[in-house]
Design a protein around this ligand. Structure first.
Ligand SMILES: *Cc1c(COP(=O)(O)O)cnc(C)c1O
Length: 466
């Protein structure tokens, strides 16, 4: 038996120069592209060892094809702009809240040198985020505030600093998993605080807290059920009741409200705890995310009693978890918008949330009017239901309008939309692709139209040529 010949294998250089790789290959770092080509050549060599036969042209085709797949996979995970047509307003996989224009502008201004810890009038040093914290106090009625990386960090820092190794009492109905590995019992374990569970899954009474409170109790914690809901035979004390008990026993209350809602959502028929509401109960500290209903950048915001916040600020963990300068700039702009009373106009999240079904229907009609006819694909406008999502207002349903695209292969069409020049994330419902336009702002409808047209042309005949 003659040993296999590898002479057909293409030189790396030849593959790199192949014009089929022009589009994708050049948008990746050269070292990475080289790695993909080498892997592809190795794969081809292995095929030959296993008995496949290649001539030079076939080997080149194989190697280029494999390299192209690797490049496309890589580009698929490179962070880029995405049109969110899922109708899920806070889509964690798509980055939760979109930032306001002023937040984007201020972030840009903060990328180089910026006075993140300096007052430009006096030339003296000040605390990072000092002004944002002052504004947050005005906004929420709290005495002081502290900013960290996200709400998970806020919970960790609070438990660790307030409890150390003592007990924190929590209802068994609030032992939540937020997602991405954030499970309260594990957060407790990592913080060093001892989790003292009371009540049952569905019913916890104020007396349950009272019965376990003692010398070793550092705090009561209330955790919002952000991503699920309970119904039926259910009860638990609200924050105000817990604070009343806590005041009597000298035990502080931590209120982890998570979603960071500034004002009641009753206009939408939704119920969600608000930040000012939590502060007003007298909770020692209130914790929330910056990028959920607050409509800003990823951040963990702690507002509460002056002495307690000062104590949290002193912790070495606060330094380890501190907010970065670019995020801080975006948060400052977001807080200013809330204070100006123009949140519904200026924060993309709230603008989308309060958009009327008629405005969304208009948007759908504009997109459909721009679609090129296609014999095998049907597009219709239909009612649908948006969700708030992203760990807030569980079970929320907001009526909306969207597009239903019927093709013979919904999965494939959705995949094409994801790889368009303006990538689109849609949903598949009942075998059709559904696009909810509540989460597609007017500024993106033209891009959405082109992506749909591109996918419709690519889906049949020529294939994905991108
Ligand atoms: C979302 C959420 C968190 C985690 O917030 P991140 O900002 O995502 O870290 C913590 N607690 C509650 C109640 C939440 O809803």
């Amino acid at each position: 038996m003659t040993p296999p010949s590898f002479r057909c294998l293409p030189a790396i250089d030849l593959v790199i120069r192949d014009e089929r790789l022009n589009l994708v290959g050049q948008s990746l770092p050269r070292q990475q592209l080289l790695g993909f080509v080498r892997n592809a050549v190795d794969a081809c060599r292995k095929r030959i060892v296993d008995g496949s036969e290649f001539d030079e042209a076939a080997a080149l085709d194989f190697v280029v094809g494999q390299t192209l797949n690797s490049c496309q996979f890589e580009l698929g995970r490179r962070q880029q702009f995405v049109i969110n047509a899922t109708g899920i307003l806070l889509h964690t996989n798509l980055g939760r809240a979109s930032l306001a224009q002023s937040a984007i502008d201020r972030m840009n201004a903060a990328t180089g040198y910026s006075n993140v810890e300096m007052n430009m009038l006096t030339g003296k040093r000040n605390k990072r985020g000092e002004r944002v914290c002052d504004l947050l106090c005005k906004l929420t009625g709290a005495e002081d505030a502290l900013l960290v990386n996200n709400c998970a960090a806020a919970t960790m820092l609070t438990l660790q600093t307030m409890a150390a190794t003592r007990e924190v009492v929590i209802s068994r109905g609030q032992l939540v998993e937020i997602g991405g590995g954030y499970r309260l019992p594990e957060v407790f374990a990592a913080s060093g605080a001892v989790m003292k569970e009371v009540g049952t899954t569905n019913r916890t009474y104020i007396r349950d807290y009272e019965q376990v409170a003692g010398e070793n109790t550092a705090a009561f914690i209330r955790v919002h059920r952000s991503n699920f809901y309970q119904g039926g035979f259910v009860t638990e004390p609200d924050t105000a009741e817990l604070v009343t008990l806590g005041n009597r026993l000298g035990i502080p209350v931590i209120d982890d409200i998570g979603s960071g809602c500034m004002e009641s959502l009753k206009d939408l028929g939704l119920a969600e705890p608000t930040i000012p509401g939590s502060v007003a109960t007298g909770a020692e500290v209130t914790l929330f995310s910056g990028d959920k209903l607050f409509g800003g950048p990823q951040a963990g915001i702690i507002v509460g009693k002056r002495k307690r916040i000062a104590e949290l600020r002193q912790s070495p963990m606060a330094r380890a978890l501190r907010i970065d300068k670019v995020t801080l700039a975006a948060l400052e702009a977001t807080v200013e918008i809330h204070l100006s009373g123009r949140a519904r106009e200026e924060l993309p999240l709230l603008r989308m949330m309060y958009a009327s079904p008629e405005a969304i229907r208009d948007r759908c009609q504009r997109v459909v009017a721009g679609l090129l006819p296609h014999q095998d694909i049907e597009v219709e406008i239909a009612d649908c239901v948006s969700e708030i999502g992203g760990g807030s207002v569980p079970g929320s349903e907001v009526p909306s309008t969207g597009l239903i695209v019927r093709t013979n292969d919904a999965e494939r069409f959705a995949a094409l939309l994801r790889t368009a020049d303006s990538p689109v994330q849609a949903a598949i419902r009942d075998g059709a692709v559904r696009l909810d336009l509540r989460t597609v702002p007017d500024s993106q409808t033209e891009q959405l139209t082109s992506s749909l047209n591109w996918a419709m042309q690519s889906g049949h005949g020529a294939g994905n040529t991108k």
